[in-house]
Design a protein around this ligand. Sequence first.
Ligand code: HSE
Length: 435
Amino acid sequence: MRTRPLKVALLGCGVVGSEVARIMTTHADDLAARIGAPVELAGVAVRRPSKVREGIDPALITTDATALVKRGDIDVVIEVIGGIEPARTLITTAFEHGASVVSANKALLAEDGAALHAAAESQGRDLYYEAAVAGAIPLVRPLRESLAGDKVNRVLGIVNGTTNFILDRMDTSGAGYSEALDEATALGYAEADPTADVEGFDAAAKAAILAGIAFHTRVRIGEVHREGITEVTAADIASARRMGCTVKLLAICERAADGNSVTARVHPAMIPLSHPLASVREAYNAVFIEADAAGQLMFYGPGAGGPPTASAVLGDLVAVCRNKLSETTGPGESAYTRLPVSPMGEVVTRYHISLDVADKPGVLAQVATVFAEQGVSIDTVRQQSRPDSQETGGEASLVVVTHRAPDAALSATVEALRKLDTVRGVASIMRVEGE
Ligand code: HSE
């Protein structure tokens, strides 16, 4: 074993960074044995230097992250500060000054992954980011390496723990969205400003990264169709239950049937209780992958939190250090297919539509005609007169589930339904996936 240590700079020492530092210290011998050389924490860049950081030598702490990555003796930079800047500049500066990079920064990779990969490649460095998608769950390396000989057609994932916790609570307790969000906040699952999670931004960044790796192409976060969970109601969840389904916020990346384009989207959807993703409870994550030869695979585990995310960071650190010692680099970006990302309107899916309609002759036929005019085939219809139908002038609830059709045709159908006098309201619309 080499005795001269590999030097590591840590950018950020919050929930994840402090766990990375702790495990680097407590598991130092095992890490050295696995890598073939000791690894030494050579500097830690933080914003608040006065904060007490147990187990970290205060002499390593600095507020000057730029000087740290420019030192020239650093072998690996671990970036766990998040956000676009200064992370992007620090990573590219690290490459220029001889370091490889391990990052957990999903927002940056989903926004500018291609440029970062190009910068790493031009300098002969590694860029690893297992921790950017679904915390501890191995996904990036299985897709990039284990499945490199297969053809992945679909990735369907629950990649945001906060929203899964909220939807799970709504499902199990019948709570409304706000009540379930309050519980998630009280338990520390949701942040004080939950926008990134509940509006689907976090999941969309992960979808962009997964789609790019799975389909050997480039997908940026702006190309991912995104809908959050804030409009999901207790009635939607109850309706899903009646259909033998549950509601999940899904990240769905698909290769078109003709293989010439891809789609990436994040939205709430009903999935059958028999689907493996339906059993993913609380704040857990899971990703379901469909590939030509492998068939169906599911990866499951904790998608957030200090120790799980640190596990993924340290796995990357070991891989990058091994590459350094062998004077090589791991697989870089594989984006040779350059497939266009189709808009949401071209996605083929199914809708569950719940309508409040007038309960009188001809209404069902009128509604069915609207579907027919848009070329949307109906799978099932359930109609129930309201108990107070006589007082409301005759009102019924109508639940229509469609066969698969382009999203544009399905949303045009809903628009046309809203214009019918006999349709008093569209109570809920949700896509149905996973069948
Ligand atoms: N906020 C994310 C979640 C974890 O709730 O899953 C970090 O991506």
